[in-house]
Design a protein around this ligand. Structure first.
Ligand code: FMN
Length: 199
């Protein structure tokens, strides 16, 4: 797929077919992630990649579906909440592959006096976006879930992750189900967002 078509085509997909992803496609996707730029040029990432359905379902149990009170969404953001919130667990369960892109971080991300941890965090997101785009190029749907509250610790324990690694996002991949629900996209383009030479 042509690069700009991939960019246009990528959407967050939260409903998947019950169909495995070929191993060679996963290898290409993981390698695309690992090509991302990293702040310290160390690429200190470890990609815990889960294709075993029982393990995926165990991981899904850690994440609760979120309640959404929006019945009649008026904005793309509200549409997204209405679609996404109730699917936080099922989108993991239905996925064919979960990638946990752990990154090594020796700084406390919640300590605002030290920005260095944010660089590692940023690099982990560069890797994550590469994975989402590569998955799109492979004809797959993808979505992220940000682990919050007790989820990071529970996932770390379940996956036996050593200390010193943080998880910016869970990445779910799979073949999109038919008629997936997707919200309208907020329109942003160079026309209304770029500021040339000065704000
Ligand atoms: C930093 C970040 C965090 C996100 N967290 C979640 C999440 O926890 N659960 C989810 O279903 N989608 C999550 N998303 C996906 C967004 O909801 C989605 O990108 C947005 O609604 C735009 O839709 P699109 O990806 O189809 O363009 C996240 C995306 C980003 C970049």
């Amino acid at each position: 797929m042509e690069f700009y078509d991939v960019i246009e085509k990528r959407r967050s997909i939260r409903q998947f077919q019950n169909k495995p992803v070929p191993h060679d496609a996963l290898i290409r996707i993981l390698n695309a992630g690992l090509k991302a730029p990293s702040s310290n040029h160390q690429r200190q990432w470890e990609l815990v990649t889960i294709t075993d359905k029982a393990t995926i379902c165990d991981l899904a149990k850690i994440v609760k579906p979120y309640y959404c009170s929006i019945k009649d969404p008026k904005t793309p953001q509200q549409e997204m909440f209405k679609i996404a919130y109730p699917k936080q667990r099922s989108m993991i369960e239905e996925s064919a592959c979960v990638i946990l892109p752990y990154f090594k971080c020796k700084y406390d991300l919640k300590n605002p006096s030290n920005d260095y941890g944010l660089m590692d965090f940023g690099a982990a997101w560069a890797l994550t976006e590469n994975i989402l785009l590569a998955a799109t190029a492979e004809g797959l749907g993808s979505v992220v879930h940000i682990p919050v509250k007790k989820e990071p610790a529970q996932i770390k324990e379940y996956m036996q992750v050593p200390d010193g690694y943080l998880l910016p996002a869970m990445i779910m991949l799979g073949y999109a189900a038919e008629n997936t629900e997707t919200p309208r996209q907020v329109q942003a383009s160079a026309e209304n967002k770029a500021h040339w030479n000065k704000w």
